[in-house]
Design a protein around this ligand. Structure first.
Ligand code: MRU
Length: 343
């Protein structure tokens, strides 16, 4: 990619979000100047991916201040608007962490708020770059193959899902830059197709060879020995290493464990929630039934059917060979727990 993609950008007066619901058919930017539009954008997945919604949420504090000034809000009203941004989606802890971090500068006013939000964005890109190197080196050593790797990934964890570069996709990009990627298997990621629409699009931009496969194909591909390792991102990681990520992730982890190949989670420490002891404490977002009962706006399931649509699942830490953060790799299944190592 000649110029690094920016899913979230502060324009000076508001946010410009790449509308990820339209990709890959259309590349359009949604201008955001008020809190309602931001909350709606986060909930409709115009902006998505844990670090990207964290970055957008950070700037949401600035939006609330500016809107409050325009519309004559009291401080309590501005704070209530910020709370709505913070709660727009429940699973990714980055959203809450970033909003809370920016709120520590609230009393200092708009410039301080904007500086903190920008620092979050900058640090996320730096963390992703560091993760790329740590993850690539660990993986090359672990797999020990003297040939390019065949890697499976689930959902989208690239520049679109972060402030830039990517987490799991950042590791893949780093491996690719070293000539160490034979092919990426991108799970399509039902029901909203972040894999086939967004990951495949980013892989095309990067010139990385890939297949898009149905989520249901993943376990078979792994068990047939067609994959060397799987790398995914995370929305929240509990102190014991249990990890919430896009629904379908736990099946990939189970298949990797059975096949005896590495299952890697790549996420910045802003995704680690040491206040949550285990995965049982992670709030899993349940999304609209229509997302699984319809296809492209047309009903496909019988009208009598109900839909079950959890957006995420929890992979137990015992199935996670390595957790890559900007600080290095923790071998969770071997007992290196975030609660002990990242406090
Ligand atoms: O519902 P989404 O598209 O926001 O889900 C995103 C994921 O599950 C990602 O894997 C996760 O947020 C990590 S993004 C670097």
């Amino acid at each position: 990619m000649s110029q690094e993609l920016r899913a979230v950008e502060w324009t000076g007066t508001g946010l410009a979000l790449i509308d990820q619901t339209l990709l890959p058919q259309r590349t359009e930017t949604l201008p955001v100047h008020d809190v309602d539009t931001l909350v709606d954008a986060i909930q409709r997945l115009v902006v998505r991916g844990a670090p990207a919604i964290g970055a957008a949420g950070g700037y949401g504090v600035a939006l609330a201040l500016l809107q409050g000034e325009r519309e004559g809000w009291t401080e309590a009203e501005v704070r209530a608007a910020v709370a709505r941004v913070r709660e727009a989606r429940p699973t990714a802890v980055n959203l809450m962490v970033c909003v809370d971090r920016v709120m520590t500068r609230f009393a200092e006013g708009l410039d301080a708020v904007l500086a903190e939000a920008a620092a979050i964005q900058r640090e996320d890109v730096e963390a992703n770059r560091a993760m790329g190197v740590h993850g690539a080196e660990w993986l090359l050593k672990k797999v020990g193959a003297d040939r390019p790797l065949r890697i499976l990934t689930h959902c989208n964890t690239g520049a679109l899902a972060t402030a830039g570069w990517g987490t799991a996709l950042g590791v893949i990009r780093e491996l690719h830059s070293r000539g160490s990627v034979e092919v990426v298997y991108a799970d399509e990621t039902r029901p909203l197709l972040q894999g086939s629409r967004l990951t495949a699009w980013e892989l095309v931009q990067e010139g990385i060879p890939h297949y898009v496969q149905a989520d249901g194909a993943a376990a078979g591909t792994i068990l047939r020995g067609e994959i060397d390792a799987a790398i995914v991102g995370a929305d929240r990681i509990a102190a014991n290493g249990d990890t919430a990520n896009k629904v379908g992730t736990v099946g990939v982890a189970l298949a990797c464990a059975d096949a005896g190949i590495p299952f890697l989670v790549a996420a910045p420490t802003t995704t680690v929630d040491l206040a949550t002891a285990t995965g049982a404490g992670i709030h899993i977002e349940l999304r609209a039934e229509t997302e699984v009962l319809e296809w492209a706006g047309h009903r496909t399931a019988p009208t009598e059917s109900r839909g079950h649509n959890p957006a995420f699942d929890v992979t137990p830490g015992r199935l996670i060979t390595g957790l890559v953060t900007e600080r290095g790799v923790l071998e969770i299944s071997a007992g290196e727990l975030p609660g002990d190592r990242l406090r």
